[in-house]
Design a protein around this ligand. Sequence first.
Ligand code: FAD
Ligand code: NAD
Length: 466
Amino acid sequence: MQYDVTVIGSGPGGYVAAIRAAQLGMKTAIIEKYDVLGGTCLNVGCIPSKALLDSSEHYYNAAHHFAEHGIEIEAPKVNLGQMIARKKGVVEKMNNGINFLMKKNKITVYNGFGSFVDKNTIKIKKADESEEQITSEKVIIATGSKPTILPFMNYDKKRIITSTEALNLTEIPKHLIVIGAGVIGAELGSVYARLGAKVTFVEFADSMIPTMDKTMGKELQKSVKKLGTDFYFNTKVTKIENLGEEVVVSADGADGKPVEIKGDYCLVCIGRRAYIDGLNLEAVGVTTDRGKVVVDEHTLETNVKGIYAIGDVIRGAMLAHKAEEEGVLVAEIMNGQKPHINYNLIPGVVYTWPEVASVGQTEEELKAKGVSYKTGQFPFKALGRATASGDTDGLVKILANKETDEVLGVHIIGARAADMIAEAVMAMEFRASAEDIARTSHAHPTYMEAVKEAALAATDNRPIHT
Ligand code: FAD
Ligand code: NAD
């Protein structure tokens, strides 16, 4: 065989799997259909969206908060072209970083579309239509996902767009209609609302980010509303039309009455689907279920020996760090190690401001399972650090087992929640009790003190500062 392992797809799952396999001494190849490595996350996902979230937040603070801090400036103006150019620069820097890592680890990179000829042979079709075949002892499918689009949405990439186009707009929409108030809707809706667009969310469920703990959705909605946004909940979109300069969204409203919303752009973000198009999985007999590759729960091997799958293309949360953990796991399994992923402790983060971050079980899940639990909450407005910075929106909510005090879930909305959640993940990884966190010294004044105070509230209802 030419290679010990070949990875198809260079997203955070694929390139991390390739590096770990190479570290373990495997002769490794990676195939990517685009010219650049890094997948959805680096090129049209995590990184560019965070670059625009950061830029739009700087603008919003300059326009709305500098004066209260005693900083007087002329009314700032948005230069969207520069914001997008900066975002491209950020992505390019990281593309170069991955190229460097491939070279450093002696991983052979093939740019082209990979498909199975048989279980050990992969055909690579290049941009110039030429083809090459490589052979490999083992294969990892890491082909990721694409946005879900329904036919009645008339996706035209111009006015009816997905996250991919929303990261490259040439003008700020006057009125952006966002279909789906999930993670992408909340993040990219925030970007354009901060830059001055009117933003209207149309959501099928009864709250924003409906899969997270309900308290988070309720609190996030209050903060996002301050940007002048509107919401239609319990509303099912039935048609989206581009009438030239105008986009019209038709839906069945909460009270059963028809709803019609007019705007100039419509961002469709109703979830993503696993991407297995063109892989020719039939040739090798890899089993799929509703478009996802089916894998063994522990080894992530498919039903075909030697073929594994990781990341968005398999079951579970569609998150970059989940894909990375699975990439490492598969490389180690191939080398006889016995790694394990605790899927309950994969944190979820929404990079709005305030940020939302969550790990473990939600209150709704605990109720549904009949687990006996207790809750401790602490608001950011009672924190010295939050008062000093002016970031007083939000709270920390800790759910602990009523009998044993073991922490079962931590849900944070507030400044820097994305970084704060790491403490909760670590504590839960070591099966900490709420009292363990409550008795751990937290530096003052920090946002992290809210975690200690919420743990005090959960332990024995004895927070100090509320
Ligand atoms: P992908 O990153 O999708 O990579 C798959 C790669 O495979 C692609 O490069 C594709 O071109 C390639 N490919 C597919 N088929 C073939 C083939 N046949 N031959 C060769 N190459 C092929 N997650 C987070 O954790 N944090 C975030 O902040 C975050 N923000 C996001 C923001 C947006 C707007 C979006 C859309 C997603 C975001 N995500 C975020 C989700 C994250 O991007 C995905 O979970 C992650 O990229 C999945 O990694 P992956 O390796 O499974 O697949
Ligand atoms: P999502 O699942 O987070 O949200 C989709 C929303 O659309 C849901 O709230 C759903 O109720 C709603 N919806 C579905 N059909 C609808 C309809 N017909 N009309 C109205 N509303 C409808 O999906 P997403 O926001 O598209 O994001 C896709 C994936 O990308 C997510 O799984 C997420 O994990 C990942 N992502 C992660 C991050 C992050 O980690 N910060 C950021 C962006 C994306």
